[in-house]
Structures are given as C-alpha cells and as structure tokens.
Write a protein that binds this ligand. Structure first.
Ligand SMILES: NC(=O)c1ccc[n+]([C@@H]2O[C@H](COP(=O)([O-])OP(=O)(O)OC[C@H]3O[C@@H](n4cnc5c(N)ncnc54)[C@H](OP(=O)(O)O)[C@@H]3O)[C@@H](O)[C@H]2O)c1
Length: 307
C-alpha cells in the first residue's frame, strides 16, 4: 500500500485522513471515525452476539485515534449507546459523539417516525441517559424519507424543536440526515447546520452536487453506508484497483471517499477489530488521478445496470 508523503504534514497529522473542524464550533475530529450501528444485534435489534467484542472494537478505535463516533438511541434500541458508555465512559477529552433522532423501534422491530417535538425531546433525554452525558455534542435530525433516500417536505417543525433543545443546553450543535438540498437550506434559515449525513458511496452518488455545495460552506458531509451497508460494495473495478495497490477493496472505497472532498468524514461500521484496523489504515492510501477516474466509472456503470 502506498503511504501518504505529503510535505508539510507529519504522519500523525495525516493519520486517519487528517482533521476537520465542524463549522462555527470548537469540535475538531479526525476524518476517519466510526459508526456504531453494527454493534447491535441482527436487524439492528437487541444485544450483539459478542458483547465483549463490541466493547473491544470501540476501545481499539479510540486508542487508535478515532474521536468521532456516530450512534443513535434507536440502534438496539438503546443498545449501541449503552455499549459506547460501557466501553468509553468517562469519555476522553475531544471525543465527539454524534447521535440522531427521528425514529422509534416498537416491539415488532420496525422503524417508525418519532418526529413530534415531544418525541424529539424524549429522544434527547434517552440519548443523554444511555450515553451518560449532560449535553449531546451533535444531534442529527434524521428524516424517514422513503427507503434509504430523502423525500421533499418541510422539516421546519423538527429543526425548530431541536433549536429549542439547543437553547436549553441539551444539544451543542445540530445536523441533518437523509435530507434534500432544499431541506438543508430550509434548516439553515432556522439554525446553524454543522453536518449532513446521507446515503453515499462509490456506487451511490446522488449527492455529488450537495457535497460540493456543503464543502463551499465548510459543512461536514458524512456518508452513511460508505461501504454499501447491508449489501457491501462489490465491483470488478474496485477489486482490480485494490489488487494493484496491494490493498483491500473496502480500503480503496474509503480512500476514494477521503479523496472525494475535504469536508467528507467517514463513519464505517464494523463489529470486527480486524476490519476496523483495515478501515483505519485506509487513511494512508494515496490514489492517483488516473485511479480516481477509474473508480469514478463505477457509479456510471452501476447507473447503466439499474436502467
Ligand atoms: N443516518 C442514517 O440514516 C444512517 C443509516 C445507516 C447507517 N448510519 C450510520 O453509518 C454507519 C456506517 O454504515 P453501516 O455500518 O450501516 O454500513 P457500512 O459502513 O457501509 O458497512 C458496514 C458493513 O461492512 C462490513 N465491513 C466493514 N468494514 C469492512 C472491511 N474492512 N472489510 C469487509 N467488510 C467490512 C461490516 O461487516 P463486519 O461487521 O463483519 O465488519 C458491515 O456488514 C453506521 O454504523 C451508522 O452509524 C446512519
């Protein structure tokens, strides 16, 4: 695997993809973080098969320098937050935990909207209690949308509710998830938005224009399913590039995201320490312009297959 040798940056500054500061905040994170959804049981329900393994993954991530963890109290429900607390509390200085609101999990294990101001307030208190915090660093309002994609429609009531919780000191900063560009713009008329978390990866590029727009504003874009989520990315081009570079396909997929835009933050999910190590090492992979162009062709090919 080729190593980053950029002049002017020490290896430690470069580790985990370099750093990013959420706009208008004092929160600076390394660009490779960790998404905790895979730590719940199958179907994001109940406890993991290997609770000690889940704790080990989180501790190893933080020991390696990860200081951005994505979670939600509806993973499990409650499970991933409780594991994060068990593994990492009292939290090290500088660790940024980002959570999300907008859903609830009834006993039938479905995902239902929980978007009234009362439900959002209850969700904040659930997160505070299960994470063992007095205030949440960043809370994303996550729309249910349709499938894995957003649906147009006003989110003013929900964002206004979160802004109120922020004024109360329970939330430090607000983000959005599963949203359209119009919804981002609407939210920005109500409060500052520090990050957007949407579905995006090598093969799913609907948000290319939104990423560029957020980059101009210094707002973080945090792709969910960066490795394809429940159906991990598979592509002959990706495999061929990885083999040529002496890397794993998933590492190349993450490195491509890091190269895509400087406001892009990674939260790959894994329940495996071995995969975690691979994912963190992706920050050291340098992709040439030719390789990036080759990888850019994957989405175009995927679009042809879909039609
Ligand atoms: N805002 C939203 O609506 C939303 C939706 C979904 C997810 N998220 C967040 O985004 C995070 C990332 O998404 P995700 O975890 O669903 O999907 P992902 O990161 O795209 O992929 C996770 C899958 O890839 C596997 N994997 C991870 N590293 C690997 C490696 N090096 N080699 C091979 N396989 C690997 C994992 O299995 P192993 O466990 O076996 O490694 C798991 O099956 C979540 O954890 C969650 O925090 C947010």
């Amino acid at each position: 695997m080729s190593r980053r040798t950029t002049t002017g940056n020490t290896m430690s500054e470069d580790a985990l993809g370099g750093r990013f500061t959420f706009p208008g905040t004092s929160l600076t994170v390394r660009r490779i973080g960790y998404g905790s959804m895979q730590l719940a049981g199958p179907g994001v329900w109940g406890p993991p098969k290997d609770p000690d393994g889940a704790v080990a993954v989180l501790r190893e991530a933080v020991a390696a320098g990860v200081n951005h963890i994505d979670t939600s109290d509806f993973y499990g429900p409650h499970v991933t937050n409780q594991i994060i607390r068990q593994a990492l509390h009292p939290y090290p200085a500088g660790l940024v935990i980002v959570t999300k609101l907008g859903s609830r999990r009834p006993p039938d294990r479905s995902w239902q909207r929980a978007i009234s101001p009362q439900e959002l307030t209850a969700g904040v208190h659930d997160n505070l209690r299960n994470l063992g915090l007095d205030a949440l660093d960043v809370v994303n309002y996550r729309t249910m949308g349709s499938g894995h994609g957003p649906e147009e429609g006003s989110i003013a009531e929900q964002v206004t509710a979160l802004a109120g919780l922020r004024r109360q000191g329970l939330i430090r900063h607000i983000g959005l998830s599963n949203v359209t560009a119009a919804q981002v713009a609407e939210a920005q008329t109500i409060t500052e938005v520090v990050c957007v978390q949407n579905y995006y990866n090598l093969a799913q590029r609907s948000d290319d224009a939104l990423i560029d727009d957020l980059a101009r504003q210094g707002i973080a874009y945090v792709p969910f399913f960066p490795l394809g989520g429940f159906t991990p990315l598979q592509s002959a081009t990706l495999s061929a590039v990885a083999e040529r570079l002496g890397a794993k396909p998933m590492q190349v997929a993450l490195a491509w995201l890091l190269h895509r835009s400087p406001n892009l933050l990674l939260i790959p999910g894994t329940s495996s320490v071995a995969h975690l190590r691979e994912n963190l090492a992706a920050g050291q992979l340098v992709l040439s312009p030719q390789t990036l162009a080759e990888l850019d062709g994957i989405a175009a090919a995927a679009a042809v297959v879909k039609h």
